[in-house]
Design a protein around this ligand. Structure first.
Ligand code: NAD
Length: 353
């Protein structure tokens, strides 16, 4: 099978990731990279990767069918549109743009140029997310009314363009984009009705260095998404509560643990003794009334992202990451900024078409 030619724009952290994955790919072939910094181009050549002399030279290479864009967020739009106008299909790093209006301009350009455009939502292949998706869809917890998704680090914002608003910095755009996309993938059967968001500015005044976002889905399900960069201990990565069970993934590497109640008639409770007295209400259920089970980490191969896009370019598959999904996430991020500014919940109808 002939492999699809791909060139990468931007040879920084994520550009390096793409080139490494493309060198191992069974469907795509790395043609080269282009970075505006000469030192990065030289480094690529030292690593045995062809560096184009200019963006025009890269775009003129007829053996390149797909261009992957891995440059700071504020520059995605002009480069993506230019690449599609040059006849290339485009994979753009997340977050595609800083606003839904800019995102729409990219979609319009894709349609005008008859090119495919998608975004590297690679955290759809994360095992913790896939296990939570299964926990929700399995129905084992009964009606789910709460989901919590968190990433909590302690190193602040990376000291690069991510600390500056004009480049599209901040944790909402950096990590929120993944966690919102995942949450909408887990709760596949309900619409978000409203949201409330509060940003942190613990180490950085200019952009958020963390946030707490509550999404209120129809039917009474609340999902909390939380990112922190000044946490020296972390709450569980995922927590899901339903009418008859709870699921939890403690850390990136753990399996998903489920505790479900299957003996509702059993009334025996061993009270918990606290300094203030006894409590039965808050006493944990024992093994007589509950069953513990696990969802094992599934097989997951992030190469499926390029496999899917290369197949879509050949007309053999639909894109996994669709424009409608990207727009929903963008509009939720936009509404989060408004909510933080107003200090108020936002109804989503105005934001989600
Ligand atoms: P980085 O700063 O490490 O690298 C960016 C590179 O782009 C630099 O080498 C810079 O010289 C180059 N560059 C800047 N403007 C350019 C232009 N106009 N043309 C060509 N090269 C240009 O940043 P990064 O961490 O690699 O992030 C790049 C993108 O990847 C961002 O959009 C970021 O959000 C995304 N990213 C995604 C993931 C993921 O898991 N999907 C992880 C990290 C970063």
């Amino acid at each position: 099978m002939k492999k699809t030619g791909v060139a990468v724009i931007g040879y920084g952290g994520m550009g390096g990731w793409h080139t490494r994955h493309l060198l191992e790919s069974d469907v795509a072939e790395l043609r080269g990279i282009y970075d505006i910094k000469e030192s990065r181009n030289r480094l690529a050549e030292e690593n045995g990767i062809h560096a184009y002399g200019s963006l025009d030279e890269l775009l003129a290479d007829k053996s390149v069918e797909i261009v992957t864009i891995a440059i700071p967020n504020d520059q995605h739009k002009p480069v993506a549109i230019r690449a599609m106008e040059a006849g290339k299909h485009v994979i753009c790093e997340k977050p595609v743009t800083l606003s839904s209006a800019d995102l729409q301009e990219i979609f319009d350009a894709a349609e005008r140029c008859d090119r495919l455009f998608t975004t590297h939502q690679n955290r759809r292949w994360d095992c913790d997310y896939l296990m939570m998706k299964e926990a929700y869809a399995s129905g084992k917890l009964g009606q789910v009314f709460g989901i919590e998704s968190r990433y909590q680090g302690s190193r602040g914002i990376p000291g690069d363009w991510r600390g500056h608003k004009k480049f599209g910095g901040g944790m909402m755009l950096d990590w929120g984009v993944h966690l919102i996309d995942q949450m909408l993938g887990i709760v596949y059967d309900k619409k978000v009705e409203s949201l409330y968001c509060k940003f942190d500015h613990i180490t950085n005044d200019e952009v958020d260095d963390g946030f707490k976002l509550d999404l209120y889905f129809e039917g009474g399900l609340t999902a909390r998404i939380e990112v922190g960069t000044s946490h020296f201990m972390s709450l569980p990565r995922f927590f899901m509560t339903g009418m008859s069970g709870t699921a939890m993934i403690n850390d990136w590497k753990d399996n998903c643990r489920l505790i479900c109640c299957d003996q509702w008639e059993e009334k025996d409770v061993t009270p918990v003794v606290t300094s203030a007295g006894l409590t039965k209400t808050m006493a944990p259920r024992d093994a007589k009334t509950t069953t513990e089970s696990f969802i094992e980490r599934p097989e997951s191969d992030v190469h499926d992202f390029y496999r899917n896009f290369c197949a879509a370019v050949k007309g053999e598959a639909d894109m996994i990451v669709t424009h409608a999904q990207l727009m929903r996430v963008m509009k939720i991020m936009e509404a989060s900024f408004v909510s933080d500014e107003l200090g108020a919940p936002i109804k989503i109808d105005d934001y989600i078409a």
